[in-house]
Each structure stands twice: as C-alpha cells, then as structure tokens.
Design a protein around this ligand. Structure first.
Ligand SMILES: [Zn+2]
Length: 215
C-alpha cells in the first residue's frame, strides 16, 4: 500500500522526530514546505523565483504558488512510493485544492495524523530548554543539576535560553497554531481521515501509536 500522510503538530510536539521515524520505518519521503521552498529557490525555477519575491517582501507565499510548488514536487517519481507531508496543507483552501490534485492523479490520502500535546506539557518542554552558545547542544533544565550554574557538559559554556522558548512566547505560538489548525482538523475529521494521537508521551510510544494506525 502506498502511504500518503499529512502530519500535524504544534512547535515542540515532536513532529520532526516522528516524520524522520516514518521516513526510516516505512521508506517514504518526508516532505516539508520549508524543504520544497528551499529547493525551488536554489534551483531558480520560475516558481522558486516567484516564491522568493514574496518572502523577500516579508510575506507568506500565497496558496496558489504553494500549491503549484507542491504539485511540481510530488509529481516526481521518487514520491510514487509514498510521502509524509509536513507544513502543508496549512489552510482549508489548500486542503480543498490538494484533494482535487490527488483526485486527478487517482491517488488518495491514507491518514492525517495530528500530534496532540497538552498546553502545559508543551510550555514545560520548551520553556525548560537551554542551549549551549558554543556547540549548540540542547538541554532541558530537568536533566541538569539544579544546585549549580547551568553549564554545557561538553565545553563548560554557560547555557542560554532562546528568545522564542520563553514561556510566554511559547504559549502565544501554541495558541496561534491551535487556532489555525482547528478548521484543518475539522476538514479531515469530516472525511474520516483524522487520527489524533497523544504526543505528550515518549517518542517511542507515540511512534507505536502511529504504527498501529498504519497497520
Ligand atoms: Zn557546549
């Protein structure tokens, strides 16, 4: 069976890790919108240049350009064996257009997997994160000795917190994501494709749930 998946999850939900595990475990291609854009811009395709012009002006790449990019990408032979989409579709109009695109190809989505993370768990996970400014190793304060200074175990540098990991910034990002994703989830729930998974648990347990869905 060809697996065509969409993976949904807020920042910090472990989406990137699960996408990598899916890619390795099922030999399907992980397609993120970031990669699609980077590749098209690097290759200087017509669409790539168009997308670049929007981004240079600080705007989001509009739906129709994003759709044409996705179409151009997924039309290549390497995606015939299946893929997991990450970051696309982002809106209901994109989902509707993607649905007709698949229909034209005689293809169907297998499932839309949504990694659900409790707001408090996520804030704890991200706001406790500290990064080494020297070697970029990431730590969580729960792993570190609370009595002393928070230092990198490799090079002894003082760890820092990234600006967007601050608890308030995390809460704002999470709420915005939830708000944007709600209509998208309803769209796929109506089609019987949405599978919601508790993403607050350990990576391996979350992946086992995904395997059960795909079995
Ligand atoms: Zn370090």
């Amino acid at each position: 069976m060809v697996l065509r998946l969409i993976l949904l999850g807020s920042p910090g939900s472990g989406k990137g890790t699960q996408a990598r595990m899916l890619q390795e475990g099922y030999q399907i291609v992980h397609v993120s919108t970031g990669d699609i854009l980077r590749r098209a811009i690097q290759a200087q395709t017509e669409l790539g240049r168009l997308a670049q012009s929007y981004m240079d002006d600080g705007n989001l790449v509009p739906d129709d350009v994003m759709l044409r990019l996705v179409k151009e990408t997924l039309d290549a032979p390497r995606y015939e064996a299946g893929y997991v989409l990450d970051g696309f579709p982002r809106t209901v109009p994109q989902s509707t257009a993607f649905e007709s695109m698949l229909l034209q190809w005689g293809a169907a989505l297998t499932a839309v997997i949504s990694l659900e993370v409790n707001r408090e768990v996520l804030i704890h996970r991200l706001s406790g994160r500290r990064v080494c400014p020297e070697c970029a190793t990431t730590y969580h304060i729960d792993q570190l000795d609370p009595s002393g200074e928070l230092r990198c175990t490799r090079d002894g540098a003082l760890l820092v917190q990234r600006k967007d990991d601050d608890a308030q910034a995390v809460a704002i990002r999470f709420d915005a994501f939830e708000r944007e994703t709600l209509p998208l989830k309803q769209f796929y729930r109506d089609r019987g494709l949405l599978r919601e998974i508790d993403g607050s648990r350990a990576t391996g347990e979350v992946f086992k749930d995904i395997q059960r869905i795909l079995a």
